[in-house]
Design a protein around this ligand. Structure first.
Ligand SMILES: Nc1ncnc2c1ncn2[C@@H]1O[C@H](COP(=O)(O)OP(=O)(O)OP(=O)(O)O)[C@@H](O)[C@H]1O
Length: 245
């Protein structure tokens, strides 16, 4: 999968929320970092065909994002907030959403999809009894039920404890081995270390696009006068890119 984003701009009234974004996205895990209000959700919603762009182009393997019907066959989207019917079991949720996307999955196929998000043992549990992290993992299984080439997830780790964050990271790393995964966060360490590419957004602009390693390298300050070398962490590097705008 190749996603080309060219001069993408989004205005809400007279406010420019995305300003001339240019990106080339391929297979793997892409982390979109940025402070609150940077434009991450807006970017994800445009790529998910939920809201229109103001100008510029987005192509998925050459198909324009304006071709909503075709693009929706290619992508799975998990928004920041979502809910399930509380009395459905974990199994029923996946069965139901598979049917909605015109797929008839066998019992073993559903259980195998639940296994990918470590929920196979909870298949009989009603969704109202799941923790926040479990619901989020079920959301990922739902987003993946149509076997999309691209998974887009907005703030997947918000409000989760450390154990759940690690589970999430591992799930995304696994999916990113074969597919394109775009995820947004404003908490750098949560997810960024497992991403092959980071895109830092600030005030609607891309201020960094590249590997984690390169981001840290670029942020390394010159040795100070006493010869002391400063080794920035990823968080330091991120803050530097955000401040420089
Ligand atoms: N429907 C809308 N109408 C007007 N302004 C909007 C709308 N949606 C978002 N905005 C504004 O666009 C800017 C970018 O918002 P967006 O939600 O994309 O940022 P974000 O990086 O995802 O932030 P957060 O982490 O807080 O979700 C913000 O200033 C927000 O107030």
């Amino acid at each position: 999968m190749n996603i080309e984003v060219m001069n993408l701009t989004k205005d809400y009234g007279s406010t420019r929320v995305l300003d001339n974004i240019n990106l080339n996205i391929n297979k793997g895990l892409y982390g979109f970092l940025g402070p609150n209000g940077a434009g991450k959700t807006t970017f994800m919603k445009i790529l998910s065909t939920l809201i229109p762009k103001t100008s510029g182009e987005v192509y998925f393997n050459g198909i324009s994002v304006e071709n909503r019907k075709e693009i929706r066959k290619i992508i799975g989207y998990l928004p920041q907030k979502f809910s399930f019917y509380p009395n459905f079991t974990v199994y029923e949720v996946l069965d139901y959403f598979a049917a909605l996307s015109n797929r008839k999955l066998s019992r073993s196929e559903i259980l195998s999809k639940l296994e990918e998000v470590h929920l196979q043992e909870l298949f009989k549990v009603k969704t109202k009894a799941l923790s926040g992290g479990m619901k989020r993992r079920l959301g990922i299984a739902v987003a993946m039920v149509g076997e999309p080439e691209v998974l887009i997830v907005d703030e997947p780790t918000a409000g989760l404890d450390s154990e759940e964050k690690i589970k999430m990271r591992n799930i995304f790393s696994e999916i990113g081995r074969h597919k394109t995964v775009l995820l947004s966060t404003h908490v750098v360490e949560d997810i960024a270390l497992s991403c092959s590419t980071l895109v830092v957004l600030n005030k609607g602009k891309v201020v960094y696009d590249g590997t984690v390693r390169n981001m840290i390298q670029q942020a390394k300050e010159k040795p100070s006068s006493n010869g002391e070398l400063i080794s920035p962490t990823l968080e330091d590097a991120y803050m530097k890119f955000i401040r420089e705008v």
